[in-house]
Design a protein around this ligand. Structure first.
Ligand SMILES: Nc1ncnc2c1ncn2[C@@H]1O[C@H](COP(=O)(O)OP(=O)(O)OP(=O)(O)O)[C@@H](O)[C@H]1O
Length: 601
């Protein structure tokens, strides 16, 4: 993080950062703070009442009318206090939920607007921690800690002033432990900021390992591993425990000393009050008042300490939230540049995933003509998938340009660019929702007839009809109830429904059964018809029938042309073709001549 990053700036100006957070809800929060301060002040009334009662009870004769009136006053003060506490709670919670709502909407918008590289730079664990834990923590801050902090500051101050006014000697005696308690607090708080940073880093790691553990649970179970043996998760949990022990060891003494000192003002107040009373320079009422209220004065400092500790933690969380909100959006022009055709072109494109990282694509140039199928082939890791993902700007070319219809994709408004593209990738993601909702993502206004037609063409209609709720069947997280082939066909139906002129296709490398494979081939044929197709090709049928083939190797274009041309002149293509056909022979158990038709079962 740079020295001038938003997170660093927010760390340096904690109160301004939190003040900005309250924003238009400031008056509500101020109202909550005022109500809870008044409520805290009313909680002190019974102490004054008890002191005044002592003189009425010990008067000769005892003034019982005054005692009754005082008891009523105390009861009235407590009743009013409960009303104010309820009002403070309500105001603070309304403000907190409004702030949180606003923040969540802004964060959701921001995550939709940032480039994909933003996510690869931050781990999923770190993002989850900020989006969930840090945001929830802000709710606690606005709803509870902020009004508490104001109360913790105002009430002891007001109490100290009124006690000083009643009897300055006893007031000073009440405060005599304060400097020592403050010193103990300072010792306890000294390392807290740094410790919180370590704790946050540990929590991010724990989150990341837990997410990874849950995502990979099938693999982990296959290998008979347990959570304990999933080393990153177990080591981060162990580190969390030892961090907690270390924190308690180093800070426990300071907290302990603070608690002891703050509760011990009676050690001074009792002898001093007794001495002044017997000398006749302190009234009975004042003596009782100091004995009951004196210890409270320092106790309320304890709340201040907790409020301070929380502010530090919440401030760090707020800084992380602000850093996300300050991340630059994917630049998208608003001007009305329009593609003049549906062809895609790569012009001298180079790309690296990270600054200073290896170049994954180098000076790639070729054209995928409108209405034709262009196949990308090459060894594993050649950069085929990466290249396709540059078209919808999932990643940005480091050098050179990707064009759609003669216009640099960066010069097209993002919604216009995406409206030209359909994508079918190997890793099909289905959201938690119904089949219909997942299909309509592509086109929210699609009619039922259009959905039906797309599903029939994608060979998905029959299996959807066989589901218990048909189109209304809920798909579990990541579409767990569908087979890989069914998910593929659903994503093809989604692409058909979108009906965009350019199709980006990353063919799946393998399917379990030939029947599924045949249906997917039919579905893809329906999808490809009449469109510009850029396909990462793994099947002989796709490769051999493509209009244009680009051979990639080590991020560079090794050669390009038709199947026959490449077979005649390109050594790498010949080698790839041989291994494809050998694999096909092997899988069919037929050592005869390679035959493309064999693959299309
Ligand atoms: N998110 C990423 N961050 C960093 N490097 C990546 C990322 N994704 C891919 N790479 C690297 O980029 C290179 C090209 O990967 P890519 O997936 O584009 O190759 P491919 O030709 O599609 O391979 P395959 O046929 O095996 O899918 C590889 O070296 C890979 O390790």
């Amino acid at each position: 993080m740079s020295a001038d990053s938003p997170a660093t700036r927010a760390q340096e100006r904690p109160l301004r950062g939190l003040g900005a957070l309250l924003g238009p809800q400031g008056p509500l929060v101020a109202g909550a703070a005022l109500a809870s301060t008044l409520a805290a002040a009313l909680a002190l009334v019974p102490f004054f009442v008890v002191a005044r009662m002592a003189t009425s009870i010990y008067a000769t004769p005892p003034d019982l009318d005054a005692v009754r009136a005082l008891a009523l006053l105390a009861a009235g003060a407590l009743a009013l206090r409960y009303i104010l506490v309820a009002a403070a709670n309500m105001l603070a919670h309304v403000a907190a939920f409004r702030i949180l709502h606003d923040l969540r909407v802004r964060l959701a918008k921001k995550l939709g607007a940032v480039p994909l590289s933003f996510f690869s730079r931050r781990g999923a664990g770190e993002l989850k921690k900020t989006l969930m834990d840090d945001v929830n923590q802000l709710e606690a801050f606005v709803a509870h800690h902020f009004p508490d902090a104001v109360t913790a500051l105002v009430v002891p101050l007001a109490t100290a002033i009124s006690l000083l006014w009643i009897d300055w000697r006893m007031a000073l005696a009440s405060l005599v432990m304060a400097p020592l308690a403050v010193m103990a607090m300072a010792v306890a708080m000294r390392e807290v900021g740094k410790a919180h940073q370590q704790w946050n880093a540990l929590q991010s790691r724990m989150n990341r390992s837990l997410l990874e553990y849950l995502r990979g649970i099938h693999v982990i179970k296959t290998f008979g591993l347990s959570a304990r043996r999933f080393s990153d998760l177990s080591s981060s949990i162990e580190e969390g425990l030892s961090w907690m022990e270390g924190f308690m060891r180093t800070n426990g003494r300071g907290y302990g000393a603070f608690g002891a000192l703050i509760g011990s003002s009676l050690v001074v107040l009792v002898p001093m009050g007794g001495w002044l009373y017997t000398r006749g320079t302190l009234s009975l009422e004042s003596l009782v008042l100091f004995l009951v209220l004196g210890p409270q004065l320092l106790m309320s400092m304890m709340r201040l300490m907790f409020a301070w500790g929380n502010a530090d933690r919440i401030q760090a969380g707020n800084a992380r939230i602000q850093a996300i909100l300050a991340a630059p959006d994917l630049e998208t022009p608003t001007s009305a540049a329009r593609p003049s055709h549906d062809g895609v072109a790569f012009r001298g494109v180079s790309f690296r995933y990270e600054d200073g990282g290896p170049e994954v694509l180098r000076d790639v140039s070729f054209e995928a003509p409108a209405g034709k199928v262009t196949a990308l082939v090459g060894p594993s890791g050649a950069g085929k998938t990466t290249l396709v993902r540059l078209v919808p700007r999932l990643w940005e070319a480091t050098n050179g340009a990707v064009e759609l219809g003669g216009v640099d994709v960066r010069a097209l408004p993002l919604d216009q660019l995406l409206s030209h593209l359909s994508m079918v990738f190997q890793d099909v993601f289905l959201f938690h929702g119904t089949v219909r909702e997942n299909l309509r993502l592509a086109r929210p206004d699609a009619t039922d007839a259009q959905v039906d037609a797309a599903c029939r063409a994608a060979r998905a209609y029959d299996f959807i009809q066989a589901l218990p709720g048909k189109y209304d069947t809920l798909l579990g997280e990541r579409g767990a109830r569908l087979s890989g082939g069914e998910k593929q066909r659903l994503s093809i139906a989604r692409a058909l429904l979108k009906d965009a002129p350019v199709l980006l296709l990353d063919e799946a490398t393998a399917f379990a059964d030939p029947e599924n494979e045949a249906r997917i081939q039919e579905a893809l044929s329906a999808l490809c018809a009449g469109r510009t197709v850029l396909v990462v090709a793994h099947r002989l049928s796709t490769i051999a029938t493509a209009d244009h083939i680009v051979v990639l190797d080590g991020g560079r274009v090794n050669d390009q042309g038709t199947h026959d041309e490449l077979l005649a002149r390109c050594a790498l293509y010949q080698q790839l073709w041989r291994s494809h056909t050998e694999a096909l022979d092997w899988s069919l158990g037929d050592p005869g001549t390679p035959d493309v038709q064999k693959e299309v079962v």
